[in-house]
Design a protein around this ligand. Sequence first.
Ligand SMILES: *Cc1c(COP(=O)(O)O)cnc(C)c1O
Length: 358
Amino acid sequence: MRPFNFSAGPAALPVEVLQQAASEMLDWHGSGMSVMEMSHRGHEFTSIIETAQADLRELLGVPSNYKILFVQGGGIGENAIVPMNLFGRCRKADFVVTGSWSDKSHKEAKRYGEGHLAASTKGSFTRIPAFGEWQVSSDSAYLHLCSNETIDGVEFNDFPDLGDLPIVADASSHILSRPLDVSRFGVVYGGAQKNIGMAGVTIVIVRDDLLDQAMSICPSAFEWKTIAANDSMFNTPPTYAIYIAGLVFKWLKAQGGLAAIERRNIEKATLLYETIDNSSFYLNKVERSARSRMNVPFFLADETLNDAFLAGAKARQLLQLKGHKSVGGMRASLYNAVQIDAVHALVDYMKEFERTRA
Ligand SMILES: *Cc1c(COP(=O)(O)O)cnc(C)c1O
């Protein structure tokens, strides 16, 4: 059996996907080539990217007036690529800062224009500010938020209706963990290495009317209109990462799609949060209504036991539980590929550690 991997990203992949990639490594579907070795313009890779795109559109129910782009640059790259694509007419955007990632997005966008803070919980990233408290500008190009804060463990369960103001969501760490109504957003983006596949490809889902608002300084290779017009082939796309994402999409469909995976994700998160809440030995500080199902940061009441906790976890094949350096403590990421038995193994260990050390 493989160890249980709770990495925040790059993160665990479904074992079936890894096995299939291994079996196809030297010869993809009788082509005599690895996916890494084939032309991105040949019919083999064209079928891989087209199928991946169609499967993603079906899984998320992406409306026909949105383009799905496969690009490079990661979530952090998008922090610059988004403003460069949307500041062409109006160089101002609103930001809701609910954690480290949205804070980074806000800072980076300010290099290209004005970044107005509509709402922020900076100082204590433990909640989502009530929509009624948001000070939204009337003259912004878009409002940016991070729908799941990977480091702080804060997740949006709902989104406000801002009328004509498009919402741009960094959904890197919970995309495909639950159904998402794409029509409520102007742009949804995410790096693949959390819930979609491997590092190297970033998914951008963008509404058609937002494709012609780029700044003239935007590099052609990052201009959504150019990428869309070339079916994500303006330059060589990250072919192998797109192939792996495609295998994950097929795996998700076989699991029953996003409603089925959401039920499992709720079950996993509930098990871990209940274990934390039922003990005074472990602590999660996020308000219940804003707790992330994907990333569960938690602390030991006695932080001098952190190293012992991690060493014991590792000995039980529970890997990558150390919290982000900016937050400390522990973090268990429960992405789609993490099965319920991994969470059972984790909570069994947590209870045992508490019994022997409390
Ligand atoms: C991981 C992550 C990023 C950063 O992605 P990179 O691929 O390292 O650029 C950005 N936003 C969120 C929400 C993330 O989880």
